[in-house]
Design a protein around this ligand. Structure first.
Ligand code: CIR
Length: 269
């Protein structure tokens, strides 16, 4: 979940990988998972890594009827003590949401939980937060009606929202970018216009990575300068080190095979 500041990352919601995972959608980075056991092993290491960093991880049971259910990031958007439950952008994923909504309703009071009406579409994976500045991808999964609801919530919270048009070759904004710290964006060359993010605060910067390392641009920044990154992206790894941050590298091959990135597997609440 890319909508919380580093200092707000204490509790994580994740979800198991169903037996049906080989049927997960794969149209961008992957051509479909081929090894369920390995996928589960990689997911376990992911959860363990977060636990090792002191985070409390809750694992919801997998939903066998929903091959993509492990990608919980898309199902709920947590911002400063508020929860926005979007209408997931792909019809096959809409029914993944109720158990996640139910879980979050135990932690947030009803007046802090917001829903979208039927004309809206949004996947949580289209959101990116840099400090108090928010970006949303207008994508095949996120439409203007959904963006309007998000804007209303962010206006109320006093945060600015900027819209970034995603090219057809990108699934989500966080498929191609992340904020390893509250002041840095990683993004790949050749996907979006370099002006897309607009003028950033003086203390913040975008670091452009080689196009072929697009998948590696999705990272999870944690307090204390720790950054979880995917294995196999040397420029991303070198950059993290040059910035004085401490990388933890995870093999994500069977998650990538279903177009999932590091942030897709968790909701920080
Ligand atoms: C999908 O197409 O919805 C899944 N196979 C991948 C979702 C990845 N989620 C994300 O980028 N936030």
């Amino acid at each position: 979940m890319a909508t919380v500041r580093l200092g707000q990352k204490h509790r994580v919601l994740a979800r198991g990988i169903p037996d049906s995972y080989s049927n997960a959608m794969a149209n961008y980075f992957g051509s479909g998972p081929t090894d369920l056991e390995l996928a589960r092993a990689q997911h376990t290491i992911y959860c363990q890594t977060l636990e090792d960093e002191g985070l409390e991880v809750t694992l919801l049971e997998a939903d066998q009827n929903h091959p993509d259910c492990v990608f919980v990031e898309d199902q709920a958007i947590v911002i400063d003590g508020h929860v926005l439950l979007p209408i997931p952008g792909h019809p096959s994923r809409v029914a993944e949401q109720p158990p996640i909504a139910e879980f979050l309703s135990k932690h947030y009071s009803p007046e802090k939980i917001f829903r979208m009406s039927s004309e809206c579409k949004m996947d949580g994976g289209d959101l990116l937060r840099l400090g108090d500045l928010f970006f949303v991808g207008r994508s095949s999964r996120t439409n203007d009606a959904g963006i309007a609801v998000l804007r209303e919530l962010l206006d109320r919270l006093g945060h600015e929202l900027r819209v970034i048009n995603l090219p057809p070759e990108a699934l989500h904004l966080t498929s191609i970018s992340s904020t390893p710290t509250d002041k840095i964006i990683f993004a790949p060359e050749g996907y979006i216009d370099k002006q897309s993010f607009g003028q950033l605060p003086d203390d913040s910067q975008i670091i452009w990575m080689p196009k072929e390392e697009v998948y590696g641009c999705n990272t999870i920044g944690l307090e204390g300068g720790k950054v979880i990154i995917a294995e196999g992206y040397p420029t991303v790894l070198a950059t993290v080190k040059e910035l004085g941050l401490t990388p933890t590298v995870i093999d994500m091959s069977q998650i990538r095979a279903a177009d999932g990135s590091l942030t897709c597997l968790s909701i920080f609440y």
